[in-house]
Design a protein around this ligand. Sequence first.
Ligand SMILES: [Fe+2]
Length: 447
Amino acid sequence: MRGLPWFAKVYLVAVIGAALGLLGHGVVSGRFAPLDWSTLLVLALLFLVCESMPTLLSVRQAAVSVSFSAALAAVVLLGADGAALVGMTAMLSVHPGLSPVKRLFNGSQFAICGYAAGGVYQWLGGTPHVPDVAGFDDLILPFAGAAAVFVPLNFALIAVILVATGQADQVPLRGLAQFMVSYLGYATFGLLIAGLWATVSSISAVLVLIPLFVARWAFGQYLAQQRSYDATIAALCQAVETKDYYTRGHCTRVSQASGMIAEEIGMGPERLRAIRYAGMLHDVGKLGVPTKVLQKEGPLTEEEFAAIQLHPMRGLEIVRGIDFLDEAFAGIMHHHERVDGKGYPMGLAGDEIPEFARIIAVADAFDAMTSDRSYRNARPIEVATAELRKGAGTQFDPVMVSAFVKALERDGWEPPRKVVPPPADDAETTIKDHDDPTMPIQVVAER
Ligand SMILES: [Fe+2]
């Protein structure tokens, strides 16, 4: 508790106090006496097993468990008091290093959720009992009500403590609807456990949860695979960025800005992931451009400029073997095309340019303008967006420009920190940036 803000302490005490008060009242008033303790024990064990084996929802988000399937089964089989007791067992879960206060809070919030869900279940006409086949239909509405209270309440109780302890970034607000729907889907396993209880008793829990555990294991494997993809991409980016001291972080920011545009125009999760990869890797072809060309002072010869113009093709050659990149290839290959057809490498125009490439072109130019370069300081965001608007319809796709401006107004943008110039000869720098629309590369005819 030490070191927590006062409102976090008050909140913790309130949640723990409410749960202990609830359970204490149950003991004193004898409400727990008629419960079927063997059912309660099986469900509590099941709850503990699930709670002790959380699954990562995504690479960045906190781990969550599907233990509430057992808590919701308890709502049907034992009622509000039984569900509260099952929920309280979360404090005994196997999480090495979890402090006693966190354990107590976790158990308490589950106990409150179980009790509230049980109350709603009974309010909607459900009676706590072992259901038979004939009465199964009558369970559905009260159970749906219980799940609709349990899941959001559980989310809210945890979200408040995360916000109060300065971990607001762990609250999965983005994609919240998808998160809730998937959890309500998991909740139906509780109904299945309860429905099968009359026939196969406690084995129903095992029958229902085996496929669930297999699904969770498969999801864990998928996440591990995603992490290795991310690490591969990050390594390639780092290789590109060592070519120029001033472009460090550029790949990541282009990826972020591309993601903002893609979200704004309503891309689905799979394509969003692909566009982020494409943003990270858009300039990977610079690895194939001679460093002496990238670092040359003064105008380039036509031959040298041609070497720079080849970098999208080189990029494609480098990453062609990575099959998970899929649609990202088009983004890498065409990110320097212009909607007026004057870009490179193919001179595509308008809708001929793949959507990924039209997105990256905007994100790329924006980050180049709002970052320090060896030959100028970063330009303010307003200047960069004005430049994007100026180029809309000629260099950039106007739809992508307005989507980006909209996303920027809503979400803001954190420009990169000021670059401290490196000591001479200590870092690779270039004196031109092919992404900067305000300072086109000078080319002279060879004599
Ligand atoms: Fe590029």
